[in-house]
Design a protein around this ligand. Structure first.
Ligand code: NDP
Length: 310
């Protein structure tokens, strides 16, 4: 049977919100414990250049920014735990009057008096059977991770937000041609990014189009094409591509909490106005997991700081 380890305050998540909370708690001598989760460093570890994080006038790579944040949190004595929480007992009825209780994948059990939830958000998929079948064989949700493998090849990226545009531009470093598939004829991405995308000779936007299927066989070279449906004309052209990158947004990582914490209609944790307090006293939420609107590293840092101070 595993022993239970009690800590005054535990932070769940290792993105900008989690590390910022750790830095503030550490500097207040509150000995924070941070459980890093499945993807240490969070979403910024799969992004390229971060140009809008203040203090880095020439920009900084996402992984390098997160490495620095982690090092800073460690400098203030954060106990960094490499594990994944698989069960959280937060509701007073489930705790029977005891502290919050977290069970990890390793079997370790932690209890704490205060909890900061900074579990972030995860990439969303189109819901096609082929996405699963061809995942790792030409289908990816991370151009930064996998773009390198497509040197000289033709690829497609799906989506019209900042992620899709940023990743399309990144893919031009390797691919010979990048099709950007978008279901409308206007992009959601920042104007300056749109201009860069539309001016790029390697990028070919395909407007008003949905992905009907991804073609290919994992045993025979992986992805070989993508079948689209033009939502205006009903035509179903096939593009011969060897890579498909899905960049259609994210879902907040809140499944762990079931219905213990209040969520909005889209699954984001609800916090009190001007606060990171959730519906359970002692549980605070920071970063993308509670930010449906801004979802920036800088806003995550802000709410991570708020959670620690609260
Ligand atoms: P967004 O939610 O902003 O965009 C998602 C895109 O995918 C939209 O264009 C949407 O289409 C499309 N989409 C959604 N669902 C589907 C579907 N089922 N089928 C086809 N297309 C679909 O997500 P992002 O990940 O791009 O960005 C998230 C947040 O992060 C934003 O606030 C963004 O500004 C920010 N961000 C900032 C960056 C930066 O500043 N460097 C970099 C990356 C992200 P439609 O437009 O029709 O809704």
């Amino acid at each position: 049977m595993s022993t239970t380890i009690h800590r005054p305050v535990i932070i769940l998540g290792s993105g900008p919100a989690g590390y910022t909370a750790a830095i503030y708690l550490g500097r207040a001598n509150l000995s924070p414990t941070l459980i890093q989760g499945m993807q240490p460093g969070g979403q910024l570890t799969v992004t390229t250049e971060v140009d809008n994080f203040p203090g880095f006038e020439e920009g900084i790579s996402g992984p390098e920014l997160m490495r620095k944040m982690e090092a800073q949190a460690r400098r203030f004595n954060t106990d960094m735990i490499s594990d994944l929480v698989t069960q959280a007992d937060l509701d007073p009825a489930r705790r029977q009057g005891g502290p919050f209780r977290l069970t990890c994948d390793s079997g370790a059990v932690y209890t704490c008096d205060a909890l900061i939830v900074a579990t972030g958000a995860a990439a969303r998929w189109l819901g096609l059977e082929a996405e699963k079948r061809l995942s790792g064989y030409g289908v990816s949700a991370c151009a930064t991770c996998d773009g390198f493998f497509y040197r000289g090849q033709e690829v497609a990226i799906v989506g019209g937000g900042d992620t899709a545009v940023e990743e399309a531009l990144f893919l031009t470093n390797f691919a010979s041609k990048v099709f950007l598939i978008h279901r409308r004829d206007a992009l959601r991405a920042e104007k300056v990014m749109q201009e860069r995308l539309l001016a790029h000779p390697k990028i070919h936007p395909v407007w008003n189009s949905a992905v009907e299927d991804i073609l290919g066989d994992p045993q025979a070279g992986g992805v070989s094409g993508i079948r689209l449906k033009n939502l205006k004309t009903g035509e179903t052209p096939v593009l011969a591509v060897t890579g498909v990158f899905v960049a259609i947004g994210h879902t907040p990582n809140t499944a762990l909490f079931g219905d213990q914490l209040d969520k909005d209609a889209t699954g984001y944790l609800v916090t009190k106005p001007d606060s990171t307090a959730t519906n359970i006293p002692g549980v605070f939420a920071a970063g993308d997991v509670q930010d449906r609107i801004f979802r920036q590293a800088t806003t995550a840092v802000g709410t991570g700081c708020m959670a620690a101070l609260e």
